[in-house]
Design a protein around this ligand. Structure first.
Ligand code: 1HN
Length: 356
């Protein structure tokens, strides 16, 4: 064949492949498999001074009813094509519940956590167990559990919502159902049943309630316990930052199968070592102030700010005062699949830009 015969044959060949819904690997193999992750999600920060007034405006303008169901402002990572996703696997949001309001009962295949930022006198009912909520508390609504939120307060509440919606959506495993007939579930017995059964340190009821269960039977983790654990750990270790994980007390596994939940306490004026990990995380500043460097870009934060750390981005933290940060991550999924990697970087990253 002459050169031009080959060109014509190739052109026809590629046209026939396309018509047959087939694609050759050779022109794109390097895009499919880069040497290391190249996330579309970008490091980002949402400021509390922006989030809170917008949540308050939603509280004035938007009512909650069946159909709308939740007054939620979702963190939309600018690298993710306008989708309401903080990262390719994690949903992060602020939810605002007005005094005396209720958000109707439903259930869905994504699992969710709430980390309370402001307010009191609110409870989330999870499969009949009413869990009281106060600042610093972590409340789980594991996948496919009925849940509704109720305010018996005279002031609004704001909390952080973390869900695995993007992951569940990508796996085409999304299911949703409204609670039949009623807006709210009946509450069974006293509030905080899971806490009474599973919330005492080192003490568990004998006999497994549900051997097929994939999530923690403890549905609420109290700030007083989290705070005491962090204080003890910080005293024990000289590190710039200490971290505790919220786990299933019966297995020591992550509290939910798809999302890890951590709480971090930082000492002031000490920079943590730079680390990069596969998988992404969303961070919520509970108290204090400081900065986080992600791939050389410095993000300055204070209480209520929310950050996203995409996969394989080098990250370190420095607090300016004693600071507590809550985070969710997709590490349990990566770990279950043998895809988790973590690398400590030898030198601290130079700061080449400041996020504003
Ligand atoms: C949802 O059901 C809740 O139950 C929170 O509080 C956030 C975001 C997207 C879809 C459903 C909740 C949500 C959500």
């Amino acid at each position: 064949m002459t050169g031009s015969d080959i060109d014509t044959a190739l052109e026809q060949f590629y046209a026939d492949l396309a018509k047959s819904k087939l694609q050759p690997l050779w022109p794109q193999s390097m895009d499919l498999m880069p040497r290391a992750p190249t996330p579309a999600a970008v490091p980002w920060l949402w400021r509390w001074e922006t989030l809170k007034p917008l949540a308050q405006r939603a509280g004035e303008l938007i009512t909650i009813a069946r159909g709308g169901d939740r007054r939620v402002l979702s963190l939309a990572n600018p690298g993710l094509d306008g989708k309401p996703f903080a990262s390719p696997t994690l949903w992060g949001a602020v939810q605002y519940l007005n005094a005396g309001e209720s958000a109707p009962a439903h259930r869905h295949s994504p699992g969710a956590i709430r980390f309370v930022l402001e307010g009191s006198g609110v409870w989330t009912t999870i499969n009949g167990d009413a869990c009281d909520m106060a600042p610093g508390d972590l409340v789980l609504t594991p996948n496919w559990t009925w849940h509704d939120h109720n305010s018996g307060s005279d002031a609004p509440m704001i909390w952080f919502d973390g869900l695995d919606i993007p992951l569940v959506s990508m796996l085409d495993a999304m299911f949703f159902e409204n609670y039949p007939d009623e807006l709210l579930q009946p509450v069974e017995g006293q509030h905080n049943r899971s806490q009474r059964l599973y919330g005492a340190p080192g003490l568990l009821p004998l006999g497994t309630p549900d051997p097929g269960r994939r999530h923690s039977p403890l549905l609420v983790y109290r700030w007083a316990d989290t705070d005491a654990s962090l204080s003890g750990l910080l005293e024990e270790r000289g590190d710039p930052m200490v971290t505790i994980e919220f786990v299933d007390p019966t297995t020591s596994r992550p509290a939910l199968p798809t999302m890890g939940c951590h709480m971090h306490r930082l000492r002031p004026a000490q920079r943590t070592a730079s680390v990069r990990r596969t998988g992404s995380s969303v961070w919520v500043v509970y108290s204090g102030s400081g900065s986080t460097v992600m791939d050389g870009q410095r993000f300055d934060w204070s209480a209520g700010d929310m950050l996203v750390v995409p996969s394989w981005v080098a990250v370190d933290h420095t607090a300016h005062e004693p600071s507590d940060l809550f985070s969710i991550n997709d590490a349990p999924v990566l770990q279950a699949l043998g895809l988790y990697r973590e690398e400590s970087l030898a030198a601290s990253q130079p700061i080449t830009a400041v996020f504003s």
